[in-house]
Design a binder for this molecule. Structure first.
Ligand code: GDP
Ligand code: MG
Length: 389
């Protein structure tokens, strides 16, 4: 029998972000190794984290790697996203529900385009706390060079409202820590201490009606359909009745797990798998929402404040006008939508504007919800719902 999950410490969701090849996955593996040695985690090797998006037997795309570990004071779910597009889909939309992030910057390369884009997008989606890992600090004998990179990173963070002067910047080597070098093992310990102390415990809406955006759907032979994701708000227990919005059906939760451990009750912030009674596998998809029955109503129309990314940030070079139809990433859903800019008519890259949107299908919407707009594989905008009609 599996060991039940025992909630002894507060749970937080964090993730690594930053430019490709700056060492996010190596650092993630190193963190699990350091904590496994402390006895509060299980070592997850690099190649178990860094799997390319894989098609599972039933066509499920796995595009986020989660690992779990504990420090002395907290339980963390840590997300390491394999590719840049995964950041946009999962972080920008808030689907990853990060309470804080570790920004990984190679001390050898400094700030690169995706470093800046991830910081911008983290700000847009409300990730309020960033800790910096100046990685590959083993690779340069030149401390003054690292000092310059540190200044540059603090400056970037300040530009995006993160108070770059007070953000912890820790010089680490994920690679050397993974190899067991004591100096660099200590650097990863110092990074974890910075995360523990600098990222505050977020407010959890435990009393709100239960809601979980579906990230993945799996079938467990002989048991039924399982949906996975992070609980956005409320709590859910085995035996609770739920509604699956998008699939238009009701069901009962007959099983509940977090990282393979059964649990009695899942709560806001937890990363969980829910076993749903009598739900056909093909009826549920990523983008659907599991919620307390009657607690949310799906809608197609809303107004929003949208920031149109500048070309420098990877966005468009030309303005957007009414009738523009990008893809909207809302929670875990990906849906086309029509933009109406009203009297203003056009929005130039770099501008923030008010828009009315009509989506191609109904999704649960509410004021305050964040979303991203994408077109042809790039992010063109990031916004917040202001009203639903
Ligand atoms: P990601 O794309 O950000 O996940 O980067 P990876 O973790 O895949 O690392 C990219 C490359 O950088 C690999 O060849 C790693 O071995 C190397 N690397 C990662 N961390 C370090 C480090 O701390 N020091 C050095 N010298 N190389 C590193
Ligand atoms: Mg990686």
């Amino acid at each position: 029998p599996k060991t039940a999950y025992v909630r002894t410490k507060p749970h937080l969701n964090i993730g690594t972000m930053g430019h490709v090849d700056h060492g996010k996955t190596t650092l993630t593996a190193a963190i699990t190794k350091v904590l496994a040695e402390r006895g509060t985690g299980t070592f997850v090797p690099f190649d178990r984290i860094d799997r390319a998006p894989e098609e599972a037997a039933r066509g499920i795309t796995i595009n986020i790697a989660h690992v779990e570990y504990e420090t002395d004071t907290r339980h963390y779910a840590h997300i390491d996203m394999p590719g840049h597009a995964d950041y946009v889909k999962n972080m920008v939309t808030g689907a990853a529900q990060l309470d804080g992030a570790i920004l990984v910057v190679s001390a050898l390369d400094g700030i690169m385009p995706q470093t800046a884009e991830h910081v911008l997008l983290a700000r847009q989606v409300g990730v309020d706390h960033i800790v910096v890992a100046l990685n590959k600090a083993d690779g340069t004998g030149d401390e003054e060079l690292i000092d310059l990179v540190e200044l540059e990173v603090r400056d970037l963070l300040t530009q995006h409202g993160y108070g770059g002067d007070s953000v912890p910047v820790v010089r680490v080597s994920g690679l050397r820590a993974l190899e067991g070098d004591p100096r660099w093992t200590a650097s990863v310990e110092a990074l974890l201490d910075a995360v523990d102390t600098y990222v505050p415990m977020p407010e959890r809406y435990l009393d709100a009606p239960f809601l979980l955006p579906v990230e993945n759907v799996l079938t467990i032979t002989g048991r039924g359909t399982v949906v996975t994701g992070a609980v956005e708000r409320g709590t859910v227990r085995i035996g609770d009745r739920v509604e699956v919005l998008g699939a238009d059906l009701e069901s009962v939760v007959t099983g509940l797990e977090t990282f393979g451990k059964p649990m009695e009750e899942a709560q806001a912030g937890d990363n969980v798998a829910l076993l749903l009674r009598g739900v056909p596998r093909d009826a549920v998809r990523r983008g659907h929402v599991v919620a307390a029955p009657g607690s949310v109503v799906p809608r197609r129309r809303f107004s929003a404040r949208v920031y149109v990314l500048s070309a420098r940030e990877g966005g468009r070079t030309t303005p957007v006008s009414s009738g523009y139809r990008p893809q909207f990433y809302i929670r875990t859903a990906d849906v086309v939508g029509d933009i109406d800019l009203g009297e203003v008519g056009v929005a130039r890259p770099g501008e923030t504007v008010t828009v009315n949107v009509e989506l191609g299908r109904e999704v649960p919407l509410e004021a305050g919800l964040g979303f991203a707009m994408r077109e042809g594989g790039r992010t063109v905008g990031a916004g917040t719902v202001t009203a639903v009609s």
